[in-house]
Design a protein. Structure first.
Ligand code: LP5
Ligand code: MN
Length: 240
């Protein structure tokens, strides 16, 4: 039994390596593993399943080919929370709720994108609760595609500027309290998430019990990675 997990690829057409590495990896893994889980932010941003962008179409086609051989699961990230049922049909991927429990080879895991755990980032959490409302999403999806792209690019710019301003630490990591609360609600589960771009294996204590939190690597500057779950537990690997 072997499950692979990836997260935070942020696929976009302007990168010479991201799309090709993703397609190549799918071809390599198809039929070789029991399932692939994508824990959010597969795309740089997603403005609706009706987007006719050729690059996104090619990525969706590669996923569809993969999913004919191997189960494919995907969770929303903060960049691609608008992935919907039409995307799921076209890609063959099953959309998962966040968090999602998973049992592999005798161990219990809890999968999440990770943005909901960044509870000290109150501006982001406000933004998140707005854009995750079905009525807000319906209204946004009714706007013309060009306008949606313009809004998404604007918010991306704001987000990058904000990160420059605040620097790398502070609020962009998960809050210890939010992690403890989630683990306390799921006794015995090993937490796996992405989003923070701080790949690591954390061992912590919650309510006097030893617990574990794995953070999946993002794909950036030509470097990429994944986690593997098998009979030995969790292991981190590089991709090329
Ligand atoms: O993504 P990243 O790593 O840069 O930072 C995230 C948080 N930022 C985001 C925003 C995404 O980058 C862009 C999302 C694009 C979605 C496209 C479709 C829908 C567009 C709808 C837009 C209204 O998630 C960042 C966190 C960081 O992770 C670390 O956790 O800090 O959060 C922010 O930067 C907070 C936001 O910047 C708050 C923005 C409020 C602006 C609200 C304007 C509403 C305009 C409405 C126009 C119709
Ligand atoms: Mn994210």
């Amino acid at each position: 039994m072997a499950i692979h997990l990836i997260s935070d690829l942020h696929l976009h057409a302007d990168s010479p390596w991201l799309g090709p590495l993703f397609s190549r990896t799918l071809t390599q893994w198809a039929g070789q593993i029991d399932a692939l889980y994508i824990l959010g932010d597969l795309f740089e941003y997603w403005v609706g399943d009706d987007d006719d962008d050729a690059f996104a179409g090619a990525m969706v086609a590669a996923m569809h080919a993969f999913s004919r051989q191997t189960p494919l699961y995907i969770m929303h990230g903060n960049r691609d929370f608008l992935l919907g049922d039409d995307f799921a049909r076209a890609s063959g991927a099953v959309l998962l709720p966040d968090p999602h429990p998973l049992h592999v080879a005798g161990r219990d895991y809890l999968l999440s994108h990770g943005d909901a755990l960044c509870s000290d980032d109150t501006a982001y959490q406000q933004f998140r609760s707005m854009v995750r409302q079905p009525q807000w999403q319906q209204a946004f999806l009714q706007k013309p595609l060009a306008e949606r792209h313009a809004i998404a690019r604007h918010i991306r710019g704001e987000s990058e500027a904000r990160k420059q301003q605040y620097g790398p630490d502070a609020i962009s990591d998960v809050s210890a309290d939010a992690v403890a609360a989630l683990l306390a609600a799921h006794p015995g589960h090993i937490l796996i998430h992405g989003h923070t771009h701080r790949p690591a294996h954390h061992q912590l204590q919650v309510a006097g019990q030893p617990r574990e939190r794995w953070v999946i690597s993002d794909w950036h500057d030509g470097s990429a990675g994944y986690l593997r779950l098998d009979q030995h537990g969790v292991s981190a690997h590089a991709l090329r």
